[in-house]
Design a protein around this ligand. Structure first.
Ligand SMILES: [Fe+2]
Length: 234
């Protein structure tokens, strides 16, 4: 059985995630203990302070560092990025280079503010260009939305919705997350792990909640979808 963590900051010294190679290796060890077989490495990408080519060069270097130091059978790592939304992303040059592995999927971090129709138009442009956004930790954006129509409008688009395991661990957020998975509006789970302490690997705890509240079939569905999305990379 494949268990995929779709959102993580395990690569060393690239963003506010793992601070060095030793922390990365420990994060991988913990991920293995959580039963994860594949982990998508999604360092933050900010278009206002980085170029795509520079980002890719640094990411490659970080992946090589891990490869050179691995002395246990760690989860497979698939390279991706958590791309911070920017105006013009829908038609930005080379944006497809930030897709996960060999897929046409991009992990997109929406803005932490009230969204507008214009923002959703950017998503439409990505879709029209053949790229499917995975909306990162969708649960974190609800409190910012004044126009209550925009969330349903986004959920109706052919995008994928990723939730952080974290939201299943708090009773306040849990209800909404479970509703989204139950209704088929949430598709993927990620740990969004950044370190070993305050933002650790927690996918297993989140999965246990889903199993208890919805049933094993919910996990099977998540895992099967994950495998079908990454089939060329795992
Ligand atoms: Fe993240």
């Amino acid at each position: 059985m494949e268990v995929i963590d779709f959102h993580s900051h395990i690569l060393p010294s690239l963003d506010d995630g793992s601070k060095d190679i030793d922390m990365s290796l420990e994060m991988l060890r913990r991920s293995k203990e959580h039963g994860i077989t594949t982990i998508v490495a999604t360092p933050h990408f900010y278009a206002d302070s980085n170029t795509i080519n520079h980002f890719l060069k640094k990411r490659k270097h970080a992946l090589e560092k891990i490869e050179n130091r691995l002395d246990f059978s760690a989860p497979a790592i698939v390279a991706g990025a958590e791309v911070c939304f920017f105006s013009g992303i829908g038609h930005a040059d080379g944006i497809d280079k930030l897709c996960i592995g060999r897929t046409k999927l991009i992990l997109l971090e929406m803005p932490f503010r009230a969204w507008s129709e214009k923002d959703l138009y950017e998503i439409e442009r990505l879709l029209n260009g053949g790229i499917t956004p995975i909306i990162a930790h969708m649960e974190r954006f609800y409190p910012f939305q004044k126009d209550k129509q925009l969330i349903p409008a986004l959920l109706d688009m052919p995008v994928l919705i990723q939730l952080n395991a974290e939201c299943l661990l708090h009773w306040k957020q849990r209800r909404q997350a479970i509703k989204l998975f139950k209704s088929g509006q949430a598709h993927l789970l990620g740990s969004d792990c950044h370190n070993l302490t305050d933002r650790p690997q927690n996918l297993l705890e989140g999965r246990k909640v889903l199993e208890k509240k919805i049933g094993q079939q919910c996990l099977n569905q998540i895992d099967q979808l994950g495998v079908s999305l990454l089939r060329e990379d795992i």
